[in-house]
Design a protein around this ligand. Structure first.
Ligand code: GLC
Length: 582
């Protein structure tokens, strides 16, 4: 008996010892570029406040509503929340048109509510990232009200103007304007002002150091409250070529190339970092980062001291559906960016946000048969690709596009103004509306589906945007009860990522780049390799990897384990995360 017992003990000791060696080696071998910044390990959950939870029955989500759901948010296993703008705003573009950067939008509550939100989040160990919208303000901001009043007003140079006596300004395309024109004439000073977005969103003049310092003060105001970072809205457009050259015909198709990364953008970011970011332990993320991996790197190369995380649009600007775009082209985008970011810099990984249709409707299959399984597969991708996952609220339930039939159901300035444009040009409105069912960003903004009570438990009043009628069966309460739900699967993924540093820091390697149905890759950190296999189609596909799988172990999958362990068939939208022993 004795020798056996001591043998067991030595085995246990050996196991413990080798584990600790392993843990140590893993730590030691993480290169400086993979240093333990909290935001690299984090999962960021995006809350769209207007649609999350209404506490006072006015039909609009609010801060108190978010507070009431923080235990749910915490239960997801996420680390940080990115909150869309909650500042004072006339809401031409749902809060992306700010009239006072130091006040809370009345619809959302008060500054006291905000302070409580931050406190309650921090109490639960959740960090808060705020949206910072400073490429433009609202036309109702005091600065613009003053600026438009006379040519010699002290705020005049906070914006871009073109005096009408010089003739018409050079054509600039606007993302949201009914006429597509970004210069708007003002009789009061006989001048045009610039607005890349709607005419109620005049662009701020970053050339002006006074404006820049005002913005830095605003940033300090929020950072001194203790928030944990900023998402820099549309900031790649902040620097303009103020020689205002004519641009080639049709340039708007390639808008980022022409509007993104203007001549002084990186100077501004470096100044901002010196003046503000470097003084706080925060995370900063760029919305949009030029038009190539090399462009994106410039925003977040640590040596340049600008921002921390870049998110680019190439992986969402793929047209109406992934099926049409082609999986191999999609894979190539991630591989291309990962190659550039292999040793330094950091990316955000996302498939949806408030500017996109629902993740499952665009990249998966939202029919009743495949909605849940394909949602789980897509979540597997977002949580295992190299970068920080940015995950949009409602996707953890597999919420789907609402597909409005009628323009009056839309509130979005973009969707409505493009409709007007087509109408004025005598275009095909029916085709436009049909296309918007798949592509409009409003699809992602419908109220969060909490339960099967009226209005999905989002509000006791009339919701500002229609609730998806499928809420009676697709809702959080139902999914809490079902251990196989999309929601519970998301929680498992979040935990798995926490338990496996290889999923955070591990190198990414694409396998079988030519397979048109399967996205498979490994994540390797030191001696640990994790294989991720994702069937992006609604068909069964035969799949056999060339990797040695003898000692492999399934860490998580979205189907029950196949009885046939050697099975080389992937079921529709099957996802597997497998630990491989090399
Ligand atoms: C960003 C926001 C979007 C907004 C636009 C103008 O792209 O994400 O919602 O409409 O900027 O601020």
């Amino acid at each position: 008996m004795k020798p056996i017992r001591s043998l067991c003990l030595s085995a246990i000791l050996l196991l413990l010892f080798s584990n600790s060696i392993h843990a140590q080696t893993e730590k030691t071998l993480i290169t400086p570029a993979q240093d333990a910044k909290w935001w690299k390990k984090a999962v960021v959950y995006q809350i769209y406040p207007r649609s999350f939870k209404d506490s006072d029955g006015d039909g609009i989500g609010d801060i108190k509503g978010i507070i009431s759901k923080l235990d749910y948010v915490k239960s997801l296993g996420i680390d940080a929340v990115w909150l869309n703008p909650i500042y004072a705003s006339p809401n031409d573009d749902n809060g992306y048109d700010i009239s006072n950067y130091r006040e809370i939008m009345k619809d959302f509550g008060t500054m006291a509510d905000f302070d409580l939100l931050l406190k309650e989040m921090h109490k639960r160990g959740i960090k808060l990232i705020m949206d910072l919208v400073v490429n433009h303000s609202s036309d109702e901001h005091e600065w613009f009200q003053q600026a438009r009043s006379s040519r010699d007003n002290k705020y005049r140079d906070y914006y871009h103007w073109w005096p009408a006596e010089k003739g018409k300004p050079p054509y600039r395309w606007s993302f949201f304007d009914v006429n597509s024109e970004a210069w708007k004439y003002e009789a009061q000073t006989n001048s045009y002002y610039l607005h890349y977005f709607s005419r109620k969103q005049p662009d701020l003049n970053w050339e002006n150091p006074k404006l820049r310092n005002e913005v830095y003060d605003i940033m300090r105001f929020w950072l001194d409250k203790g928030i944990d970072g900023f998402r820099m809205d549309a900031f790649q457009f902040a620097s303009k070529d103020t020689t205002w050259p004519e641009l080639p015909k049709g340039y708007e198709k390639d808008i980022i190339k022409y509007y993104g990364v203007g001549p002084h953008l990186h100077d501004y970011l470096q100044e901002m970092n010196r003046e503000v970011f470097s003084k706080y332990n925060i995370m900063t993320v760029a919305e949009g980062a030029g038009s190539s991996p090399a462009d994106a790197m410039k925003f977040v190369d640590p040596a340049r001291k600008e921002l921390d995380i870049a998110y680019h649009f190439e992986s969402v600007d793929i047209g109406n559906s992934l099926l049409e775009f082609g999986l191999n082209k999609y894979k190539a985008i991630f591989s291309k960016y990962d190659t550039e970011f292999k040793d330094k810099g950091w990316l955000a990984i996302f498939m949806a946000n408030h500017d996109q249709p629902r993740m499952v409707s665009k990249f998966g299959n939202d029919t009743p048969q495949f909605r849940a399984i394909s949602s789980k597969m897509l979540s597997t991708f977002v949580m295992t690709m190299r970068g920080t996952p940015f995950y949009f609220n409602g996707d953890e339930l597999g919420m789907v596009n609402i597909r409005f039939d009628n323009i009056v159901d839309y509130n979005d300035v973009d969707t409505r103004n493009k409709y007007e444009q087509i109408k004025n040009a005598g275009g095909d409105l029916k085709a436009y509306l049909e296309n918007k069912k798949q592509t409009s960003r409003e699809n992602g903004r419908t109220p969060f589906q909490w339960d099967a009570t009226a209005n999905a438990g989002f509000t006791t009043g009339k919701p500002w945007l229609k609730v998806n009628p499928n809420y009676t069966t697709l809702n959080e309460a139902e999914q809490e009860k079902d251990p196989n739900s999309v929601l519970h699967y998301f929680r498992k993924l979040a935990q798995l990522r926490k338990d496996n540093t290889a999923l955070v820091y591990g190198n990414y390697a694409l396998i079988d780049p030519e397979n048109p149905s399967v996205f498979a890759y490994t994540r390797t950190l030191n001696s640990k390799t994790i294989l991720v296999v994702l069937n992006f189609t609604a068909q069964e596909v035969a799949y056999k990897t060339t990797l040695k799988m003898a000692k492999s172990r399934l860490l998580l999958g979205n189907y029950p384990i196949s009885k046939n362990k050697e099975s080389q068939t992937l079921r529709p939208f099957e996802a597997k995360i497998i630990a491989i022993q090399q």
